[in-house]
Design a binder for this molecule. Structure first.
Ligand code: SF4
Length: 333
């Protein structure tokens, strides 16, 4: 086994990190559980001693991340009482600053992507101007958590793009999680029905309390789809769709229990030193996931018995993404 240097002596983590691996509660997010379709991909991306993330994410993911950031800036300003047009301007200025940077760096592909995203978001802000009349913005990019009774070792942290209270309309009085999806094409019905993230969001919000609100009524989630495919003179309905997904209590329970099964596997792997976790995981070589996997170069080199150090050093960084501890999340609420 040719374990790269980054996986062994030099990457054992601080004494504190090692101690935390042993004793504190382990957070297992929905993305981690989804990554477990290939245990080896999970190991590369989520084991505390690796947490590898590609230095370059590719156009689609970068566009999605930027789009989320623009919406975050916009809805935060709306939440804070900024006028609609001013909130739009601040959000678009952020995107424009990135366009200038891409131009200065002669990164024309990125500049083209940002310009396309800009045209989509300009339409978004025109199309959804009524949001401010219909929605009260309760939270933007807020963390929540779910726990399982009798399972003190794991918890489920989640970060919701947006939480709104419906001030008017058909669902007046309801609180809903809103999940932004920048997508090439609108999701088909199975993608919506077989989603595990939305039921977990609903369940977590049902336990949340918001200032100046009575009991939180959460009956549905909203998938805020924004199509990024290039189209000639599109109409708003070609680009924007909000899918309202009604909560199903039985389904929600199944998703929650299913998550626990994976979370317990992940907890065990996270508490192991990386070398041991490597031995304990299997790779889904030859699966349909491989061609889209961020880690295919490391994985192929490892399979061929080569030295993966160069690929790790050249193409990956340690991910800084994380979530608060269970204690921090509990004390916030
Ligand atoms: S390339 Fe395939 S086997 Fe390797 S980590 Fe990725 S999904 Fe798993």
């Amino acid at each position: 086994m040719n374990l790269p240097i980054l996986w062994t002596q030099q990457n054992q983590g601080s004494a504190l990190e090692q101690e935390q691996r042993q004793y504190s509660q382990i957070g297992v997010s929905n993305s981690e559980v989804s990554a477990l379709t290939c245990e080896r991909a999970w190991l590369f991306g989520y084991h505390p001693q690796l947490k590898l993330t590609p230095k370059s994410h590719g156009v689609a993911l970068t566009r999605g991340l930027l789009g989320h950031k623009v919406l975050e800036i916009f809805y935060l300003h709306i939440k804070d009482g900024t006028e609609y047009s001013d909130a739009v301007n601040v959000a678009m200025e952020y995107l424009n600053s990135l366009a200038i940077k891409a131009y200065q760096e002669f990164d024309m592909d990125k500049l083209d992507m940002i310009k396309h995203l800009e045209s989509i978001l300009v339409m978004y802000f025109e199309h959804y101007e009524a949001d401010v009349q219909n929605w009260e913005i309760l939270e933007v990019e807020a963390f929540h958590l779910l726990e399982w009774s009798g399972q003190a070792g794991v918890y489920l942290p989640m970060r919701l793009d947006l939480t709104i209270y419906q001030k008017s309309g058909k669902f007046k009085g309801e609180t809903s999680p809103v999940d932004h999806k920048f997508t090439n094409d609108f999701w088909n019905s199975y993608k919506l029905r077989l989603n595990s993230q939305l039921p977990l969001y609903i369940r977590s919000l049902r336990g949340a309390r918001f200032k100046n609100k009575n009991a939180t009524v959460v009956r549905r989630s909203i998938v805020n789809q924004i199509r990024t495919r290039s189209m000639k003179n599109p109409y708003p309905h070609d680009i924007f769709r909000r899918s309202f997904i009604e909560a199903n209590d039985e389904g929600m329970e199944k998703v929650f229990e299913n998550h626990l099964k994976s979370a317990l596997k992940i907890e065990r792997l996270k508490r192991m030193p990386v070398k041991e976790a490597y031995e304990a995981t299997t790779a889904a070589w030859g699966s349909s996931s491989c061609q889209f996997c961020f880690f295919k170069e490391i994985c192929a080199t490892d399979l061929e018995g080569g030295n993966t150090d160069m690929a790790v050093i050249a193409d990956y960084a340690k991910s800084t993404y994380g979530y608060p501890t269970m204690e921090e999340l509990q004390s916030e609420r």
